[in-house]
Structures are given as structure tokens and as C-alpha cells.
Design a protein around this ligand. Structure first.
Ligand code: HAM
Length: 403
């Protein structure tokens, strides 16, 4: 027997029903915010992720499904969706239009991580990317859209926000931070020491408790933002307060991908164990330019679908459609035209085997059908169909042409 690979799983029955419910709910809300669907390839040039997510990130450094294809191209299974959407935005020259573009997507992402509860190697994201809007109001709209999606799915969350500044305030802050970190270098873990030179702000979200104790007195970017970033951050928190979206400011929230600036955020759930981030995102105003497009401000997010799978409150299932069966051999083939007609408007479960009444009633229950429709010898003779509404329990004989 061949099983799925480690860290990968099939979604069937209850889980696939949950998956569909999550995606359709999110799509419905994203459309109301003006997003349209984009589909990009799962396989991309490795260079795309190196240049966007960043060579010093764990995702690119350790977790990529990277290989050489038969044409000797260095390719990679996408570890996230933003880079591909940005590439597509530039490939189709949308960066040259003076228009705003908003895209949503969902699909599998691949990261060669150590699997554990909530952490898979093949997982699914639902994400949105908004291009061309530099206003912090768009950051707020995105955060409120995610809150609305979680609310519609019945999921409680804690929102954490931070600002990662811009090219004016981040470089002097980084220098300041490197100075602080160099002084406590000996006491910091190996990973932090490596990051002091490659990506010092990543030291701030080290999971090691003793590092975190030492970092308590580190300089905070939030206290060193330039006036534009500071104003934007204040506008964002004021709006969140006004609109009643609770949040906490987490000055150590730096995100695991290098492309962010200004607002960065994470939605966290306290009900799913250590892998608690259920969505993450932020602004990435320099990425389009970085991938050779025309400078375009952008902001987006992605929700981890498997992470919220157990949390989502499913709508009560209601009876749906028609169960159609025959009670004599001759009647079986007369069912197809009835099924084709009815399938134009509703779900039809068509039973091929001729069976007795009780057995069909059981089948209709199992199918979750609203109606049980049967054709036996009498119905065949009279040109009728026997129909029972399984909710109201009403029974009737309906002429075939009126069925
Ligand atoms: P991310 O924070 O790396 O951001 O991933 C988003 C979400 O995907 C996480 O919050 C988590 O729920 C889920 N996730 C990540 N890794 C795994 C895993 N190994 N197993 C299960 N779920 C996982 C991004 O990917 C950015 N592209 C988000 C973004 C869009 N930023 C701007 N636009």
C-alpha cells in the first residue's frame, strides 16, 4: 500500500466539506471587497522565492521543495502564494496600468518543515493581494476583511500587529539593533548569532526563552519609526479601536518572510496548540519593484486552511435534492431521463439497482435527500412517479411530465 508522503494528507468527507465551506465563505467575502480570482502555477523558478521571500529566511534557506527539472532549470514548488501573484502581476504588465488590482487565490503550498500538529509539508492557503493602494486604509480594510471571514466561520482570534517601518526608519534601527545584539552575542543562541549578520530583526522572534528574556530591553522599532510610518500606524490603531477590532501590539512580530514593510500582522488562535498562527500578512511596497516591476504599493494576507479546519463551525446540514429509485427491473432505465431533467435544478442521487420500498427509503436517508422518488410497476403503467417529502412526510403521485 502506498501512503501519502510525510507531512501531507488527503482531505475527504468531513474535512473536504470543511475545506469547501472555508474557501466558499472566504471567496464570498473577498468578492464583496472587490477581489477577483487569480491562478498561478505551483512550480516557479527558484530565483523568484530567493528574491522575494529572502535567502536568509528559513523558508528559502531550509524548507524549499527545490529540484532541477528535465530541462536543467532550477525550480521550486511554491512555499507561499504572494511571490507567484506578484510575478504574474508583473508578467501581465499590470504594473504599467494606473489601476488598482485585487486578487484572491487558494491552493496548496509546500514547505519541507518538521511535521507536527498544525504544521504540514503540503498545506493550503486562502490569500488576497491588493496592488496599487498605498493608503493605510487598505491595511485596515484587509484586516477587517479577515475578521469578517473568521466571524462568518465562527472562529475566535487574537490579532497582533506591528510596524516594520520603511527605507527611512528601518536601516538606522537595524544598525542600532545590531549594536545591542553584538553586546549580548555570547548569551544568545546559535540561530540568533547567525541572524545578527544575515537578518538581525529575525532575532526578535527567536522562540528560545532565554533569548527572549535578554531581548526584553532591546530597542523597539515602534519607538523609532519615521513620522510617516508613525502616522500610518497611529491611523491604523485608531481605526481598529473605532471599529471595535481588538488587537495587541507585538513589537517582536517580524514575520518569517523578508518582503514586508510598514504594517505586519498575525491572527492567532489559542485553541489549536503551539502552531497558533491562523493567518498572516502585511504591506510589501517594494516587492513589485524588487522583481523588476514598476514600483507599486501592495498589501495582502494568507489564511492557513488546515489550521482552522477544526475550529470552523459548520452550518447545520439540511436535506437536499432527490433520491431516485426503481422497484422493478423494467423501471430502472426510465429513471435516466427523469434524473437528467431534475439535475438541471437540484442534486439527484440515482440508484441503479431495482430494490424494495424499505431499502430505497434507507438509501434516501443515507443520501440526505429531501425527496424520495420511486417508480414501480404501478407507476410505470400510470406514467407517474411516487414522491415523498422526507421533511413534511407528505406523499403524492406525480405525472412524469410534471415531475
Ligand atoms: P505565512 O505567515 O508564512 O505568510 O503563512 C500564512 C499562514 O499559512 C500561516 O499563518 C499559517 O496559518 C499557514 N501555514 C504556514 N505554514 C504552514 C504549515 N507548514 N502547515 C500548515 N499551515 C501553515 C505567507 O505565506 C504570506 N504569503 C502571506 C501574505 C500574503 N503576506 C502578504 N500577502
Amino acid at each position: 500500500m502506498i501512503n501519502p508522503l510525510r507531512g501531507m494528507k488527503d482531505l475527504t468527507f468531513d474535512e473536504s466539506a470543511r475545506f469547501v465551506h472555508i474557501v466558499t465563505t472566504a471567496i464570498g467575502i473577498a468578492k464583496r471587497y472587490g477581489y477577483s480570482y487569480i491562478e498561478t502555477p505551483i512550480l516557479e523558478e527558484t530565483a523568484l522565492f530567493k528574491r522575494s521571500v529572502g535567502e536568509s529566511s528559513d523558508i528559502v534557506g531550509k524548507e524549499m521543495y527545490q529540484f532541477e527539472d528535465k530541462g536543467s532549470n532550477d525550480v521550486c514548488m511554491r512555499p507561499e502564494g504572494t511571490a507567484g501573484v506578484v510575478r504574474a502581476f508583473i508578467s501581465s504588465k499590470l504594473d504599467r496600468q494606473e489601476m488598482k488590482h485585487k486578487f484572491y487565490y487558494y491552493g496548496p503550498m509546500f514547505r519541507y518543515e518538521r511535521p507536527q500538529k498544525g504544521r504540514l509539508r503540503a498545506f493550503h492557503q486562502f490569500g488576497c493581494e491588493s496592488f496599487g493602494e498605498g493608503s493605510v486604509y487598505e491595511d485596515f480594510s484587509i484586516i477587517s476583511m479577515i475578521s469578517q471571514i473568521f466571524e462568518a466561520l465562527g472562529i475566535g482570534f487574537e490579532l497582533q500587529i506591528n510596524s516594520l517601518g520603511c527605507t527611512t526608519c528601518m536601516p538606522p534601527y537595524k544598525q542600532n539593533l545590531v549594536g545591542f545584539l553584538t553586546n549580548i552575542k555570547e548569551q544568545l543562541c546559535e540561530d540568533c548569532n547567525r541572524r545578527i549578520n544575515t537578518n538581525p530583526i529575525r532575532v526578535l522572534d527567536c522562540k528560545n526563552e532565554s533569548c527572549q528574556t535578554l531581548l526584553k530591553t532591546s530597542p523597539k522599532l515602534i519607538d523609532n519609526l519615521c513620522s510617516e510610518c508613525d502616522n500610518d500606524f497611529t491611523k491604523l490603531t485608531t481605526l481598529l479601536d473605532k471599529e471595535g477590532i481588538p488587537y495587541t501590539i507585538n513589537t517582536n512580530l517580524v514575520r518569517g518572510l523578508d518582503y514586508y514593510n510598514k504594517a505586519a500582522f498575525e491572527f492567532v488562535s489559542n485553541d489549536i496548540g503551539s502552531q497558533s498562527a491562523i493567518a498572516g500578512g502585511g504591506r510589501y511596497d517594494r516587492l513589485v519593484e524588487f522583481l523588476d516591476g514598476k514600483p507599486t504599493p501592495a498589501v495582502g494576507f494568507a489564511i492557513g486552511i488546515e489550521r482552522i479546519m477544526e475550529l470552523v463551525k459548520m452550518p447545520q446540514s439540511t436535506r437536499e435534492g432527490i433520491y431516485l429509485g426503481a422497484m422493478s427491473e423494467e423501471a430502472v432505465e426510465t429513471l435516466f431521463s427523469l434524473a437528467t431533467t431534475k439535475r438541471k435544478e437540484t442534486k439527484v442521487t440515482l440508484e441503479y439497482a431495482s430494490k424494495g420500498f424499505k431499502s430505497h427509503m434507507k438509501g434516501a436517508e443515507k443520501a440526505g435527500a429531501r425527496y424520495c422518488a420511486l417508480v414501480g410497476e404501478d407507476e410505470l403503467k400510470n406514467g407517474t412517479v411516487w414522491v415523498k417529502d422526507l421533511e413534511s412526510k407528505e406523499e403524492s403521485a406525480v405525472l412524469r411530465e410534471h415531475f
